[in-house]
Ligand binder design. Structure first.
Ligand code: CP
Length: 343
């Protein structure tokens, strides 16, 4: 395996095919160890992982903290409401403070897009050795979610050994509020890297036509796309027609506040047109996998029947796969620091 090339992980826009494969191969190894009964390994003993969540989270925060513990790292958890943020300390100064305490990796979630770039730039400017790992920033990016989503799909489609190439030419339908979704943006980079053809389905207010050009927008400071050839993006306004051709579906959370912003006429009409129900799913002639990053709004974007009864609903598998994926990311960042090859 290569030496991991990234000190910080902000986005999947600058991930090469080899980067994805390094993550998936490691996650698969961690998974195999767990399945063989070895839940905890000493790989990151003596290192410190700090979770700085300025926004609510159930899955990502706990999954990163558990991943760090499974690798025997020390874990430090920041609680914004009882921190010196309440006395006016800035986010950047908070990050610098944790770096000064010896954090090897800061896992950061914040409502501002691109904030992790700003934090990493500041830390690098003071010669800090701390890595920054984006756990969701505004609308921009949620790399660990994008990785665990496609890892889940690859595992579903791979017959024997894990084969990311299996996604080539698969039609992956993403339903819902793409415009306000950092998960969707990370999915677009990851799925297209392996040649999947993506169909975005939802109303124009949630998926503007310009989304078709999304993959032409590089990350800040990124000179060129490390992936030579990507899959395509199409937009559809008809869920029924899209389901007929989809090989897999990713349902996004409807952010109910969007109705207040006049982007939807009503939740009920959204649900009628774009909510995933067993009736709509029956238009597919395949047993296709259904994913949702969570948290779900039951019976709004996805019906309870699909969540609880559809055999290929992979929501809980996504949660479980998040742990080895996040173990892999934490491990690779430490390897980068030690300038050692991943063996
Ligand atoms: N998918 C996801 O990011 O969930 P949380 O907000 O619970 O972390």
């Amino acid at each position: 395996m290569q030496i991991w090339p990234h000190k910080h992980i902000h986005s999947l826009a600058n991930f090469s095919i080899q980067d994805y494969k390094s993550v998936f191969e490691l996650a698969n190894r961690f998974d195999a160890l767990k399945n063989a009964g070895t839940k905890k390994i000493p790989a990151l003993q003596g290192t410190l992982v700090t979770s700085l969540f300025f926004e609510a989270s159930t899955r990502t925060k706990n999954s990163f903290e558990l991943a760090a513990k499974r690798l025997s790292a020390d874990v430090q958890t920041f609680a914004p409401s009882s921190s010196s943020l309440t006395k006016g300390e800035t986010i950047i100064d908070t990050a610098i403070t944790y770096s000064a305490m010896g954090a090897d990796t800061l896992v950061i979630r914040h409502s501002s897009s691109y904030i992790t770039f700003e934090i990493a730039k500041k830390l690098d400017a003071i010669n800090s050795n701390t890595s920054v790992l984006n756990a969701g920033d505004g609308l921009h990016s949620h790399p660990s979610q994008g990785l665990l989503d496609i890892y889940t799909l690859i595992k579903f489609f791979s017959k024997k050994s894990l084969s990311p190439e299996i996604l080539n030419s698969k039609k992956i339908l993403i339903i819902g509020d793409v415009n306000h979704s950092r998960v969707a943006r990370s999915n677009l980079w990851a799925l297209s890297a392996f040649g999947a053809d993506i169909i975005l389905c939802g109303p124009k207010t949630l998926i503007p036509d310009e989304f078709i050009n999304f993959l032409k927008t590089p990350a800040p400071n990124q000179e060129k796309d490390p992936v030579i050839s990507r899959g395509s993006i199409k937009i559809s306004r008809s869920l029924e027609e899209s389901i007929k051709i989809a090989d897999a579906i990713i349902v996004l959370r409807l952010q109910k506040e969007r109705m207040m912003e006049n982007l939807l006429s009503s939740i009920d009409s959204y649900s009628l047109d774009y909510g995933l129900t067993p009736e709509k799913l029956s238009l597919s002639n395949k047993e296709i996998p259904i994913l949702h990053p969570g948290p779900i709004n039951r019976d709004i974007e996805i019906s309870s029947k699909v969540v609880d009864e559809y055999p290929n609903c992979l929501i809980n598998k996504q949660v479980a796969n998040g742990i080895p994926i996040r173990m892999a990311l934490l491990y690779l960042l430490q390897k980068h620091k030690n300038k050692s090859k991943v063996t």
